[in-house]
Design a protein around this ligand. Structure first.
Ligand SMILES: NC(=O)c1ccc[n+]([C@@H]2O[C@H](COP(=O)([O-])OP(=O)(O)OC[C@H]3O[C@@H](n4cnc5c(N)ncnc54)[C@H](O)[C@@H]3O)[C@@H](O)[C@H]2O)c1
Ligand SMILES: O=C(O)C(=O)C[C@]1(C(=O)O)C=C[C@@H](O)C=C1
Length: 373
């Protein structure tokens, strides 16, 4: 007897309510694993797009009952939709993927009655700065932590079903309490979003000449500033207390930096008490960043990046893609970077880590200039 290549434990059909970035990505991942996926969304066009992209088929009344329902709607409506789904599917386990857990869990405990035993909260720490099914990826969850937040009353089989779901789409399940989760994401997700938005907001009135100098540092710090304002406002008000706490601590550090800069601006760069605090804040950042898993020697990244200098001329990208194809390497993702007015750009080609070295060799042989980063 031959076993399937990637056996999955999740029992379908799985119904996904909310078919935007998260819902459609999950639908793509589950469909690829051979699990039947039913889709629902309050927006008919969002539903149609997810269906057309291959995330599943629209749920229809009288169809097979789902074994598991995943609510992937915005946080402010999540608890209500979870309760509706618990009621509509009395045998199903129901979970959600909202970025905040305390308000969702509190409403379900308060209002779902006995049905709450079939509910388990969750939150995949995977996402993008773009919303909607058009930005969805079947491998969005691969290698990412997926937080499982059981209620005290959650049934053991319900918790197991949600853990299996996370693992079957490549996530790494871990269990946290709702408050512990919300404190953690205030620091590692919600504060970074605000910091990126605040830095990018400073650029609104910047002269073109300044923006033309933008380098990779600015791009690194501001990628998530392109995120959906409405979704993020909902996330931030849902986790207001912990985010305010994290932001207040950051404000204290900003005040220290300001005092040092004002001293230097008034009395010159050698003014006593100006250099020390500035070096201290950069050093504190060094020790913080070194603790992020996956950075500077932590866990390996999902893809390796090969960065190639490309002339700004017709056909250059097509030639590069052709040469990558000839080297027998699949492009997992690609990003283009170029500065205004420059005659060259950078193509950052993401490939499986094992393919990076052979690709670099093949491209060098073909005359491409590679950039070490
Ligand atoms: N974007 C991220 O990076 C990310 C990461 C992890 C978790 N999350 C969480 O996942 C959830 C979905 O986020 P997203 O980024 O996919 O948003 P999205 O805007 O891409 O998709 C949300 C979808 O929910 C639908 N929807 C809204 N109200 C609904 C309702 N009452 N019933 C059914 N469908 C409804 C919308 O029409 C939309 O298609 C949110 O709770 C968010 O906090 C987001
Ligand atoms: O990588 C991104 O674009 C994200 O913002 C993903 C991210 C995060 O902060 O890590 C954002 C919000 C979610 O709740 C989970 C994941």
């Amino acid at each position: 007897m031959s076993l399937p290549e990637n056996p999955v434990a999740t029992v379908g059909p799985v119904k996904i309510v909310g078919t935007g970035l998260l819902g459609a990505s999950l639908g793509l991942a589950l469909s690829a694993a051979g699990i039947r996926v039913q889709l629902a969304d309050s927006s008919p066009s969002a539903l149609a797009l997810a269906r057309d992209l291959g995330a599943g088929t629209p749920a229809c009344p009288g169809g097979p009952e789902p074994a598991l329902v995943v609510v992937a709607a915005p946080p402010d409506v999540t608890a209500e939709v979870v309760r509706e789904q618990l009621h509509a599917h009395p045998e199903a386990v129901v979970t959600d993927v909202a970025s905040v857990k305390v308000p969702v869990v509190a409403e379900i405990v308060q209002k779902a009655g006995e049905n709450a035993a079939r509910y388990v909260g969750s939150h995949p720490m995977a996402g993008r700065e773009r919303s909607g099914a058009a930005a969805a990826h079947g491998d969005l969850f691969a290698g990412r932590p997926w937080v499982i937040v059981p209620l005290e009353s959650s049934r053991a089989d319900a918790v197991l079903a949600v853990r299996q779901l996370a693992a079957d789409v490549g996530g790494a399940p871990l269990t946290l309490g709702a408050a512990e989760h919300d404190d953690a994401v205030a620091l590692v997700s919600h504060l970074p979003q605000l910091a990126a938005s605040l830095v990018a907001s400073r650029l609104r009135g910047a002269p073109e000449s300044a923006l033309g100098l933008a380098g990779q540092g600015l791009r690194d710090v501001t990628r998530i500033a392109a995120s959906d304002p409405q979704l993020w406002a909902t996330i931030l008000v849902g986790n207001a207390g912990p985010v305010a706490h994290a932001l207040r601590e950051m404000r204290a550090e900003i005040d220290t930096v300001l005092e040092a800069l004002e001293r230097a601006a008034a009395d010159g760069p050698d003014a006593p008490g100006s250099t020390g605090p500035l070096a201290a804040v950069v050093a504190a950042g060094n020790s913080g960043v070194s603790r992020i898993p996956g950075k500077h020697g932590g866990a390996p990244r999902r893809y390796a990046e090969v960065t190639v200098l490309i002339p700004d001329e017709p056909g250059a990208l097509a030639r590069l893609f052709g040469d990558v194809g000839e080297a027998g390497v699949n492009i997992e993702d690609v990003q283009l970077e170029h500065s205004a007015g420059q005659r060259v750009g950078l193509a950052v080609v993401s490939v499986l880590p094992s393919a990076a070295a052979p690709l670099e060799e093949a491209l060098t042989e073909k005359g491409w200039r590679l950039v070490a980063r």
